[in-house]
Design a protein around this ligand. Structure first.
Ligand SMILES: N[C@@H](CCC(=O)N[C@@H](CS)C(=O)NCC(=O)O)C(=O)O
Length: 217
């Protein structure tokens, strides 16, 4: 099984966390500018050149959530990434969508806008993204109160999504001290061995964070 990925990429971290949770063996295909062959292989599998992409038994699996579903289906381990009870699984999948769409997406908008030439920047889009994050933080503060993990008592897919999304969201749009439950959840994620490993592997690339990486985490 091959994973096309880069350690600093937040969506790659989401899948790496799932793999590390269960110690699932895989070959890491590093997508780095000095490895054009890796990008050519990626493009042959997925012309959008978005990553991560998993290549397993002759099949390309795209989209981080689907990759994690695939891992649960074909390479299950001790940590259930999708819980067996359908109602609980639905809540996990909802929270996974929430973190991708209402935290990860606006975070990426803010970060990627910074890479554009000044004249092509989208001030309105960035302001909307910041407003969306404010609403997401408020909503999460209420939902996470009393929960250990995103969808209840067990670490699962939604926490894999939450970890890199909240990690970088806090860098791009600070989670204020009024969001104590959300900050505590982010800190809990960072203490988890799989998340700490993904964060550590990305450390050498922090200088590339377009907004400037803070001196923490
Ligand atoms: N919805 C996709 C998003 C993947 C994504 O946006 N990946 C970024 C890296 S974090 C990427 O491929 N960026 C390169 C590009 O957009 O060309 C998923 O869940 O896997």
């Amino acid at each position: 099984m091959k994973l096309f990925a880069h350690p600093f990429s937040s969506y790659c971290q989401k899948v790496l966390i799932a793999l590390y949770e269960n110690g699932t063996p895989f070959e890491y295909v590093l997508l780095a500018p000095e490895q054009p062959q890796a990008f050519a292989e990626l493009e042959a599998l997925w012309p959008f050149r978005r990553f991560p992409v998993l290549h397993d038994a002759g099949r390309a699996v795209m989209e981080s959530s689907i990759i994690i579903e695939h891992l649960q289906l074909h390479h299950p381990g001790a940590v259930r990434l999708i819980p067996p009870a359908p109602e609980h699984a639905l809540e996990v999948r909802f929270m996974d969508r929430f973190f991708d769409l209402y935290v990860h997406t606006p975070m990426q908008k803010i970060v990627l806008d910074c890479l554009r030439p000044q004249a092509e920047r989208d001030g309105r889009g960035v302001a909307d993204a910041r407003a969306l994050l404010d609403t997401a933080y408020r909503w999460l503060e209420r939902v996470l109160a009393g929960r250990t993990w995103a969808a209840g008592g067990a670490f699962a897919l939604a926490d894999c999504a939450a970890a890199p999304a909240l990690f970088y969201a806090d860098w791009a749009h600070r989670i204020g001290s009024e969001f104590a439950a959300l900050r505590a959840y982010r800190a809990r994620l960072l203490e988890r061995a799989s998340v700490a490993r993904a964060v550590d592997e990305a450390r050498p690339y922090r200088a590339f964070f377009p907004l400037g990486a803070p001196e923490r985490d």
